[in-house]
Design a protein around this ligand. Structure first.
Ligand code: 5GP
Ligand code: ZN
Length: 110
C-alpha cells in the first residue's frame, strides 16, 4: 500500500530492526515507546480496521494472537504485558495499518 509507513517498513524501504519475522507478521519496537518495552506486531497484509476483517484477515489476526505468546521470553515479556489495538480516530489510531501494541518490561499503571 503506497504511503503506508508500516508497508514501507515491511518492504524494507524504511529500515527498522525486526525482533521477529515470518511470512505473515513482523514485530518491531515502537519509535516512541510508552513503556520500557514497546513492540508492534504488524501483519504483512495491509488493512486498517478490525471492521474490515473477512475470513482471510481474521486468520491473520488469529495468527498474531497465536504467535505472540510463543515469543514472550524472546521479547522479554515473560512477566506480563499489555495488548492494545487502537481503532480509528476516537481510538487514537495514527497509522492506518492494523497493528498490535505489546507493552511491558515493567509494571504498568492500571
Ligand atoms: P497507533 O497510534 O496507530 O495505534 O500506533 C502507531 C504507532 O506507530 C505509534 O505508537 C508510533 O509511535 C509508531 N510509529 C509511527 N511511525 C513509526 C516508525 O516509523 N517506526 C516505528 N518503529 N514506529 C512508528
Ligand atoms: Zn500498510
Amino acid at each position: 500500500m503506497e504511503n503506508c509507513i508500516f508497508c514501507k517498513i515491511i518492504a524494507g524501504d524504511i529500515p527498522s530492526p525486526r525482533y521477529y519475522e515470518d511470512d505473515k507478521i513482523i514485530i518491531i519496537k515502537d519509535i516512541q515507546p510508552q513503556a520500557k518495552l514497546h513492540y508492534l506486531c504488524i501483519p504483512k497484509t495491509h488493512f486498517a480496521l478490525l471492521s474490515e476483517m473477512d475470513e482471510e484477515k481474521l486468520e491473520i489476526v488469529k495468527y498474531c494472537f497465536k504467535t505472540i505468546p510463543t515469543l514472550e521470553e524472546k521479547l522479554g515479556l515473560q512477566d506480563g504485558y499489555r495488548v492494545i489495538i487502537n481503532q480509528g480516530v476516537n481510538g487514537g489510531q495514527t497509522v492506518p495499518h492494523l497493528h498490535i501494541h505489546l507493552l511491558g518490561g515493567e509494571k504498568l499503571d492500571a
